[in-house]
Design a protein around this ligand. Sequence first.
Ligand code: FES
Length: 168
Amino acid sequence: MAEEEKNSEDVSRRQFFMKLGLGSLSIAAAGTAAFAYQYLEPNVLYEPSPIVNEGKPYQYPLHSVTLDVNNGIYIIHSQEGYFSLSAVCTHLGCLTAWKPELGIIACPCHGSKFFAFEQSTHKPGDKIEGPAPRPLPWKRIWLNDDGDLLVDRSTDVPPLAQDSFVRV
Ligand code: FES
């Protein structure tokens, strides 16, 4: 009788350890599968397109400076045509603002100021004062087939160059 009890105790102990072993193996296999999936999955970072549609030119009156807050650019309509400046300060990257009362672009962070329009020898984007090390860069702008202004935020163009303006 005692022998029988000992045998059944051995069997249940063996079953317990078998189940424990299988459970451990399953957890290890699941971890390996998850790691392999992460390793094999393409490591792609999906960023928004640098090209943005800024709508119809007639939305921008002559001598206007319009800030697109979401895309960090200005659309400026000058006598020469439409052009686009980066609105991101070249000092530490704060978003600048158009100050119509002063007729300049100003950075709220450390006081850099920039020209929005051409003035004597100064080009739009040139620094007036402040710690910014470089002018605000000009961005590529063109018209698409629907007559909308498109701006490529990733492409700088030379200030005042023929192709740096849209003329309609
Ligand atoms: S970030 Fe514009 S002046 Fe410092």
